[in-house]
Design a protein around this ligand. Sequence first.
Ligand SMILES: C[S@@+](CC[C@H](N)C(=O)[O-])C[C@H]1O[C@@H](n2cnc3c(N)ncnc32)[C@H](O)[C@@H]1O
Length: 215
Amino acid sequence: MTLTKKKIIIVGCGPGAIDYITPAAEAAARKADVLIVSQRLNEFFPEIDAERIDSGTDVDGTLDIIASRRDEGRQVVLLATGDPGIASLAQPVIRRFGRANCEVIPGISSIQVAFARLGLDWKDARIVTAHSRDPEESADDLRNCGKIAILGGRAGSLRWAARMIPEFGEGRRIFLCEELTLPGEKIREVRAADLIRISVSSRAIILIIRGEQMP
Ligand SMILES: C[S@@+](CC[C@H](N)C(=O)[O-])C[C@H]1O[C@@H](n2cnc3c(N)ncnc32)[C@H](O)[C@@H]1O
C-alpha cells in the first residue's frame, strides 16, 4: 500500500497573544499529527495531541524531520510567529518540498501591529530583518525610505540600528515597539543612541518614520 503524503501546513500564529490567532490558524493547527514549533510558540494549543518538535536553529535538520514524518503519511503542521511571509521557516520548507506540497495560512504580523499602534499605513514600508544577524542593507539603501521597520531585539541589531539611523539624515522619529499584543506591550519614542543604553525586549520592532509621515 502506498501512503498518501499530506501537504505541509504552515500556520501564522500572530505576534504572541492568543486573541491574535485567527480561527483559520487554530483549525489548521488542530489537524496536526506533528507540530513543528519554536520554544516561544510551544505554549500555544496545549490541548493538541501531536508529536511536538522544536524547530530550533538547525534548519536542514528540521527539514529532514519534516520529510521523515511526511513520508510516514502524517500531517505535519509548522507554526510560525506573526505571518509566515516574514522571516520564518516557510521559505526553506516551500523550497525543499515545493509549493504544491505546502499550504500557508496567513497570520497577523508583528509589523502590522506595530504600524497599527502608531496609526500608520505600511504599504510603502521597507522591512529590514535584523533579528538573527546584521542586515545587508547599507545607509544608502535606506536613506530614501519614509518608513522603515527593523525586526530587532537582539543586542547586535540594536547596535546596528543605533549606528545606522544617524546616517539616514535629520527628521526621523524612532519608535521602539516591544512585546506587541502581550501584557508587557510597550511603545516608546526614543533616540538612536538610546537603543544601546536601555533594556529592550528580545521581541522588538524599531520603526523609523520620517517626521512628515506621522499623522
Ligand atoms: C523570526 S522574526 C518573525 C517575524 C514574524 N513572522 C512576524 O510576521 O511577526 C522574529 C522577530 O519578529 C518581531 N516580533 C515578533 N513578535 C513580536 C512582538 N510580540 N512584539 C514585537 N516584535 C515582535 C521581533 O523583531 C522578532 O525579533
